[in-house]
Design a protein around this ligand. Sequence first.
Ligand code: GLP
Length: 260
Amino acid sequence: MLNSFNKYSKVNSITLHSDAEQASVYVAQQIAELIRQQQEQGKPAVLGLATGNTPKRVYQELVRLHQNEGLSFHNVISFNLDEYYPICPDNDQSYTYFMRKYLFSHIDIKSHNIHIPHTDFPPHRILQYCKDYEDKIVSFGGLDLQLLGIGRNGHIGFNEPGSTFDSTTRLVNLHSLTRQDAQTHFGTIDNVPLQAISIGIQTIIQAKKILLLALGERKSEIISKALKGEISTQVPASILQTLSQVEYILDRDAAALIQD
Ligand code: GLP
């Protein structure tokens, strides 16, 4: 770790690492520590998990800890942040496919403890489905830890600019920049879904601990806005400035605009 400081926010902390590798390993260690602590107390660890390029190395490290250092996920209950709507879980662009590929198929998590929004159903079922997803998180006592990336427009999960801070799990319209960024995965912009189901900002901020990981120069501008800018629904991640349970983990490039 290079540095830990909280120059911009009175309440939360920023942990700065020299590169993406170090930052990712650090995040994996935080998650592993929580899982082990909960195991020692005979409790489940309720994890909110993210997708995208950012957490891939974190998941790789968690898999290594499982395979080489005996970290068990038997007490883990996971809830993913979001999923495109509609998409079939077997589609290789679905987040179900992503989580299986990068994490779940390599660890001993119980399949009935995995929760990812499934979105291959018709519109009339959405409201009830979202309510059930939200209720399920509450039924496990809420999220012990939420891992977040950040979109270049400041979204967390798929809570796009304009999402209210009291939002819960719901169907959202994807922002043009979000769809543009997803284009490389889907081939063409027309293949990128227009909508998604995402847990809400309120759902996220109720987590007992929140780790926001941002890597690389392309995140530096939004990191500067989210951490130093005005708290506004136009930059959904800006609400995190007000929360004491938030830790931002940044590599040097992502932190480029917030260092003197
Ligand atoms: C997607 C996900 C977000 C993620 C964001 C950033 O939109 N829904 O949860 O934080 O992408 O993605 P990346 O890490 O690839 O930059």
